[in-house]
Ligand binder design. Structure first.
Ligand SMILES: [Zn+2]
Length: 236
């Protein structure tokens, strides 16, 4: 039987690479928990400045537009605060500096649940492989969560240690838990549609794609619309 993840965390933190990643990956779940009273935080690592096929686009202009799109999307989902770190696209490096930054956010916000991309998901069918930034953030986040954030002698200047209880990895090839997003599917679709720079059409195609994808996951979960995750329960 597919397991549905019920419950609402006191505080959730979603850490993703690009400005539209959290909305696409877990927007329905974030909206569901925000509606349920959770304090939802989002960390966006890059500014999305290379996310276009237009050779004439100005990267700085694109980054500004994408920051505004992400801000609008967070408001749709009921996110309490969104933190935009501003790294350029494609230049994230999984090193001690990046892990230290992520540890700092984990220890400052002290969430019970953390979401991020599953870095072990590399190949999707025959026509897509996972973006390097997603893979880098996925592994850096896992290493930041455990052991680093949880043990005081890692990054001792980044605040008091904090043990996260539950990690939910999206974009996974091995989901083991689903969140029923039937009541927030339209919030998710609207949040994704805020990212106007990412599609040539008016957003209706994007909304439809969101619904179709969530309906696929819903069929696996036995509900109308769902988001699937690989769940890890960390022990201190
Ligand atoms: Zn992305």
């Amino acid at each position: 039987m597919p397991e549905l993840l019920d419950g609402v965390p006191g505080r959730a933190l979603a850490v993703y690479a690009h400005p539209d990643d959290p909305d696409v990956s877990c927007g329905g779940s974030l909206a569901r928990w925000a509606r349920g009273g959770a304090e939802v935080h989002v960390v966006l690592c890059t500014n999305g400045d290379k996310g276009t096929a237009d050779p004439d686009a100005d990267p700085a202009d694109l980054a500004r537009a994408r920051a505004d799109e992400a801000t609008a999307a967070a408001a749709v989902l009921g996110v309490a605060a969104q933190h935009q770190l501003g790294y350029p696209d494609g230049e994230l490096v999984d090193d001690a500096a990046l892990r230290g930054v992520l540890v700092g956010w984990i220890r400052r916000l002290r969430p019970q649940w953390v979401l991020g991309p599953d870095p072990t998901a590399v190949f999707f069918g025959e026509d897509y492989f996972n973006h390097r930034d997603h893979r880098v953030i996925g592994f850096a986040l896992l290493d930041a969560l455990s052991p680093a954030a949880a043990l005081p002698h890692y990054f001792p200047d980044a605040g008091p240690a904090h043990q996260v209880e539950t990690v939910l990895l999206s974009g996974t090839l091995e989901p083991n838990v689903w969140v029923d997003i039937s009541e927030t599917i339209e919030d998710k679709a609207a949040a994704v549609a805020c990212h106007h720079s990412q599609f040539a059409e008016d957003g209706e195609w994007a909304r439809r794609a969101v619904r179709e994808r969530a309906a696929q996951d819903g069929r696996r979960a036995g509900v109308a619309y769902a988001e699937g995750f690989r769940r890890l329960r960390l022990r201190g």
